[in-house]
Design a protein around this ligand. Sequence first.
Ligand SMILES: *Cc1c(COP(=O)(O)O)cnc(C)c1O
Length: 358
Amino acid sequence: MQIRDLVREDIRDLVPYEPHPYADVIKLDANETPHTFPAQIIKDIFETLTGDVFTRYPDPLGEELRKAIGQMTGAPPENIILGNGSDELIQLLLQTFGGPGRRVVIPVPTFAMYKIHGQITGTEPVEVYRNSDFSLDEDILIAEMQKPGTNMTFIATPNNPTGTTVPEEQVRRILERVNSLVIIDEAYIDFGGRTCLSLIREYPNLVVLRTFSKVAMAGLRLGYLTADSAVVRELLKVKQPYNVNAFSQAAALAVLKNWHYFQEQIEEIVSERERLKVELLKIKGIDVFPSDANFILFRVKPPIVAEALHEALLKNGVLVRKKPGITHGLEQCLRVTVGTKQENDFFLEKLSKLIPIS
Ligand SMILES: *Cc1c(COP(=O)(O)O)cnc(C)c1O
């Protein structure tokens, strides 16, 4: 008996997610917040914890947190589902609406998990190329979305790894012309772009995905989606009852209660992004893409090679992201997460040493 032969055929050739275990480097690779989580808020969270948090199952729907998210977003709590990170919700959407014989359309380059969860759930991932400036190629995209068997499309805005925002009129035009789910992933919405939340009342096929990861607490895994109640009803049939643990629910509540504090951190990241962009534009050996997110994508010009620059930066103590097998128009591109002012200065200093200024 070979264990491999027992595995579902479409799982056999998948590759496990590779951790990035680099010690003693400035981590500008994963779009996490560079700021510290305030000690006072941690203390507050611990003070809300009772013994029950440890001994009893968590609230399966996270009522209190849904209410708080509802107040912030204007969405009724019953239109919200919490997830163990928005990654889990991407999988939940595909488990519920995808599956064998069904297609999921993905405008690339974008977040890798749409395709991976597509494959895991037996849904056929259909990749549609973006324009060279990473805007959506609307006609080709809609033509793919209208093909039979297409049940869903994932569009990140601002997009990862490009930083591109999809204009609201374009989201509307897409929603008007298709009869399938359109999932707008707003993981980076706190840093720029415009939310599509208010469109949910008009379009029953719109799902908006959000996360606490990029702004506050990637380690505690908390994402949410909002959608029409008909969509929510179907998803709740598939969702694991206790998918979000009690501690993460309490922490997210504390983040919302202290939002002004995180809002300040966001503003600092946005202003650092703009400064970083101005400084990067001064370096002749790279091209810089506009970004509405907490990272910047840049393209390295020959004779410099992106992989070699990535490696050299790492040797100099800075980890940035290079996409595996760099494709989909990302040739020669690297993505750098906006760090603290000190981290950004350190990165810029190393980068300008490695790339001749003129
Ligand atoms: C980081 C990221 C996510 C995943 O967020 P989690 O809530 O941490 O799972 C989802 N979508 C996009 C586009 C991302 O970049």
